[in-house]
Design a protein around this ligand. Structure first.
Ligand SMILES: [Zn+2]
Ligand SMILES: [Zn+2]
Length: 365
């Protein structure tokens, strides 16, 4: 059944946050089930008020509601239902002072997440690698199966006599009300350990040094993380948390850098190779041998492209490209024969080259 949030709270569409809060308090008091025991119409209205407040008190959700008319998850919540991401206990904690207990709270139904950092080489980031990750986590105590009881021996909780709940008389803004709350002694179980388990001191969980083999996909980069579902903390009766593996990739080899899914590599050739042209096989780090074909008179900075020799796209059977930028490698030392050849070229071109040793004399002076 459709209903309009602003109407439900009795406010205008331009109401301020303060007005929304005030209207909610007023309407919630009017319709609170504690004042209308068993009145299903009032109960339905109360749910609508809460749902309206959950949306309108959140600026982002309110904007979306104003634009589209329906809350983003209205379809799944159903008419009069609560939104999955709305923590009902928040409002009650702040408005009425009724806390939901640690064990009964809606937000605590799964174990904690664990995070671990791992470092891989640049080559491994391109090829992918399988790694064993070590980390600490909580697991259900094996000695007591999470019951916290020595030899699994439990007896009836003396606080609630096995019911799991107790009645509490509370002062609220509606006056004195009787509330049924989860038993604080047994957290709703109705039973407590006769003697606490020695292995876990009654906690039901133990610390474990866990080891997990993780396939790090080809193409991963520094700052990326992998989520391994269900490998975080285990708690008795809860869904396990998740494990997050954060990956650090070491620096690439000299002359190489990663540019998104492409690789860029600077290849230094001899001046003669650029002047006369050359076809030869060169070793590109990480990638392997490739044949390059350089024409005569190739300038420094020319870029060769090798399609599909770059970084793998994670999750796709595709790779980026490899770009090889040509640079020049000046020989630091010449043999006597080589010097004579360069000098005859200089003579041909009438270039007034320095005499051997003159360069260093200038600098040593
Ligand atoms: Zn109890
Ligand atoms: Zn135990």
């Amino acid at each position: 059944m459709a209903y309009e949030y602003y109407e439900v709270l009795g406010i205008s569409r331009t109401a301020s946050d303060e007005e929304i809060k005030k209207a909610y308090r007023k309407r919630a008091m009017e319709c609170h089930p504690d004042r209308h025991g068993g009145d299903t119409e009032k109960e339905r209205e109360f749910k609508q008020i809460n749902e309206a407040y959950a949306t309108l008190s959140d600026p982002a959700k309110r904007r979306r509601y104003d634009r589209h008319g329906t809350p983003p998850d209205a379809a799944s919540a159903g008419a009069g239902g609560f939104h999955a991401d709305f923590d009902f206990s928040d409002i009650f904690d702040s408005f009425f002072g009724w806390g939901f207990s640690r064990w009964g709270s809606r937000s605590q139904t799964r174990g904690g997440d664990r995070e671990v950092h791992t470092r891989i080489s640049f080559t491994q980031s391109i090829s992918g690698v399988s790694q064993t990750i070590s980390y600490r986590r909580k697991v259900v105590c094996k000695a007591c199966d999470g019951t916290g009881a020595k030899n699994w021996e439990m007896h009836t909780c003396p606080e609630c006599h096995g019911a799991g709940w107790v009645r509490r008389r509370m002062q609220s803004i509606f006056g004195v009300v009787d509330r049924v709350v989860e038993c604080p002694r047994c957290h709703g179980a109705g039973k407590i350990p006769k003697e606490v388990c020695d292995a876990c001191q009654g906690q039901g969980v133990q610390d474990e040094n866990a080891q997990k083999s993780v396939d790090i996909p080809a193409g991963i980069d520094t700052g990326m993380s992998m989520k391994i579902s269900g490998e975080g903390d285990q708690m008795p009766g809860w869904r396990p948390g998740d494990l997050y593996v954060h990956v650090d990739v070491e620096s690439p080899p000299d002359g190489m850098r990663r540019d998104d899914v492409n690789l860029r590599y600077t290849l230094a050739l001899d001046p003669v190779e650029l002047v006369l042209g050359v076809e030869k096989t060169v070793k590109i780090p990480v990638i392997g041998e490739r044949t390059i074909d350089i024409g005569a008179g190739t300038p420094i900075g020319k870029v060769l492209r090798f399609i599909g020799d770059g970084v793998p796209h994670i999750g796709y059977d595709r790779r980026g490209d490899l770009f090889v930028e040509i640079s020049v490698k000046i020989p630091a030392k010449l043999s006597k024969k080589e010097r004579e050849l360069y000098e005859s070229l200089a003579k041909e071109w009438k270039i007034p080259v320095r005499k051997p040793g003159m360069f260093s004399q200038l600098f040593e002076a």
